[in-house]
Design a protein around this ligand. Structure first.
Ligand code: PLP
Length: 343
């Protein structure tokens, strides 16, 4: 199995966000009630039964995280324990055997180390994206959870999301729901993504960056911005973010909450964010591993449009939050206890 490109053929400033086969992935299998030894494989293809519940019943969950090259050439992982823990919670929700947290962190370190040549250089803003996944496999016809599973990790280098500095994006409120009030919204499962494609495709067809999902029960409160969490900044510099059992608990969000409170001296509030009260915010943003923060330049709801700070320039609070978090991730700023693990 050969890879199409080698790391030295990549232009780190222009790799974008796409799958590049690095030639080495991690796999571990669960069978007869226990996890087997994980190993590094060189084939990106997976052979599984056509009757696997991952294929028919959406029994699947995943994670998204990054490895960062620091100024001194070392490799940082950002809060991998949080991804490990969240994947256990996702797995439990859909009745997959959880992959143990310690093994998860070890596996991530092992596969990042093996693919070290693919970690973009410090200063490019590019990173190594890490995608752990857990799927139900085996010959299952009737509707029931799998008793065999595959835990895998692939990695792929990704470019800096915003090359020339943070750029605000325009969003529209969707009429569709991504997850039911007591459904799988808080689990990082593929089914939520399949359910979001209608909204995403519609938003993009109308010239927006992505769709905003409201709370599925009343359609009056903000829940998610595409596949990222929402925050707004009030005039008095309070950082406000929605709280709901159908929101995916973003690690970026909880990190920014800490930074807002402990580094930037801001007040923080987690609670209902009503669409009718959005004009209380002078700035707004979307939070997630891929872009870290996407400034929300405007939100369109039917024929109404509300602008936050500006549709072309990032606000100062959003910029400060972004600088502090990315500074920690790339090792330029001191990290709170336990946030950085070296590979
Ligand atoms: C992964 C994800 C996020 C962001 O979570 P991070 O841990 O910050 O990357 C937000 N919303 C949804 C629906 C997600 O799947």
């Amino acid at each position: 199995m050969t890879t199409q490109v080698t790391p030295d053929q990549l232009d780190w400033d222009n790799i974008g966000f796409r799958y590049i086969d690095t030639g080495q992935s991690y796999r571990a299998y669960y069978k007869n009630g226990k996890w087997g030894e994980g190993e590094i494989v060189t084939d990106k293809m997976i052979t599984i039964s056509e009757a696997s519940p991952a294929i028919h019943y959406g029994q699947q969950c995943f994670e998204g995280m990054k490895a960062y090259r620091t100024k001194d050439g070392s490799i940082n992982l950002f809060r991998p324990d949080q991804n490990a823990k969240r994947m256990v919670q996702s797995a439990r929700k859909i009745h997959l055997p959880p992959f143990p947290e310690d093994s998860f962190i070890e596996a991530v370190k092992e596969i990042v180390h093996a693919n070290e040549a693919w970690i973009p250089p410090y200063g490019s803003g590019a990173t190594l994206y890490i995608r752990p996944y857990l799927i139900g496999i085996g010959d299952i016809l009737g509707v029931k959870p799998a008793d065999e599973a595959l835990f895998g990790i692939y990695v792929t280098p990704v470019g800096a999301y915003f090359k020339g500095g943070l750029q605000p994006a325009r969003f529209m409120i969707s009429k569709y729901d991504r997850a039911a009030p007591k459904g799988t919204g808080a689990a990082k499962v593929g089914g939520n993504y399949a359910a979001s494609f209608d909204a995403e495709v519609e938003a993009k067809a109308n010239g927006f960056a992505d769709a905003i999902f409201l709370d599925p029960a009343t359609h009056t409160k903000i829940e998610e911005v595409g596949s990222a969490n929402f925050f707004g900044i009030r005039e008095d510099n309070t950082f406000v973010t929605p709280q709901s059992p159908s929101i995916l608990p973003s690690i970026t969000k909880y990190s920014l909450i800490y930074i807002a409170e402990h580094r930037l001296g801001m007040k923080v509030e987690e609670g209902d964010v009503y669409v009718k009260d959005l004009d209380q915010f002078k700035e707004a943003g979307a939070m997630g591993t891929a872009a870290v923060i996407t400034p929300v330049g405007s939100i369109t709801n039917g024929d109404e449009k509300l602008i936050f700070h500006s549709e072309t320039e990032v606000g100062p609070v959003t910029q400060a939050l972004y600088d502090e978090l990315t500074g920690i991730q790339f090792g330029d700023k001191e990290a709170p206890e336990g946030w950085i693990q070296k590979v």
